[in-house]
Design a protein around this ligand. Sequence first.
Ligand SMILES: *Cc1c(COP(=O)(O)O)cnc(C)c1O
Length: 392
Amino acid sequence: MNAPFLPFALPEIGDDEIAEVVDTLRSGWITTGPKAKRFEAEFAAFLAAGGHARADALHCVAVNSATAGLHLALEALGIGPGDEVITTTHTFTATAEVVRYLGADVRLVDIDPATLNLDPQAVEAAIGPRTRAIVPVHYAGLAADMAAIVAIAQRHALKVVEDAAHALPASCGGALVGTLASDAAVFSFYANKTITTGEGGMLVTRDAALARRARVMRLHGMNRDAFDRFTAKVPSWYYEIVAPGFKYNLTDIAAALGLQQLKKAWRFQQQRQAIAERYDEAFAGLPLLTPPRAPAGQTHAWHLYAIRLADAAPVARDAFIERLFAAGIGASVHYIPLHLQPYWRDRYRLEPAQFPHSQRAFERTASLPIYTRMADADVQRVIGAVRTALLA
Ligand SMILES: *Cc1c(COP(=O)(O)O)cnc(C)c1O
């Protein structure tokens, strides 16, 4: 086997990103400043171009991770000790850990086996007197059933914060995630996400008070950020601390990457979708289930391409991934459900039998490489390796 190892994920960083970062480095302003502010404005314009929100109605708060953004959104909504937040067990721990930062409790629920997204019926069944919020995850970049989730939230007077880490750009009912009827949506720009700033995130909300609180808590609980401090009329040295805030601001170095990546977000999405279509076609007839498509006319962000092995597959999931690695192909599993992780399992005494769909998906799922730097030959290699791995 002579071909080099094909990693599971790789960012696409071009000369535009490099030039923008160098410009920032030479400018003398490397932490949160003019580029972070511009990134927020351009992010709002990107979402507004979807046609379902005006840019000036979308408050975008740049942060140094999606985890930080989820924490800030729930903090601003007043989630605290004694409260309960419902989310999916089929996610990364960041979705749930932020609830524990605030001293509230997490109520994990099972997924819809067709989409691997939070099951609205399971959400409704889990609502109790302490429930305050629902955190849906748009798994793999396919939007969760937001119409159903928002309707449930309205019926029970609950808040909705979308974990949109996979969902740039994704749409639901014709509108881009980030412009839906939730309290906030939080995107991730981690290295393997659909656009990247190395580390970074964006909290998006229509709620001006939520945005104001998040901006204050993003930077130590100061009543204005560093950029305003050096440009506004009030004395440059003056600030007030109104709360014990966090250090969650996005640097201008990272924002420089984000400004250039955002311009390519639709081209990236089209390239990932084209790979997904080639996989779908090539895998027809193999003993596996290809991932669900978005409904007609909707956008799937295709952050992940997760296949599920059929019962008739001649190999188990772990052996399947080993065979791919042996063929020089990186693969992964999304996710080891939270109910299997020692912290969550032990704290809430969780059993796999409570989450049959997530458990079964976990046991059968493998995520294949899907990123813009893959050449046609790379896609063909993955297809060949999957076929070979599924020969008895
Ligand atoms: C990546 C990811 C996060 C965390 O994003 P960071 O920017 O790394 O904090 C949260 N939720 C999900 C579902 C993710 O995939």
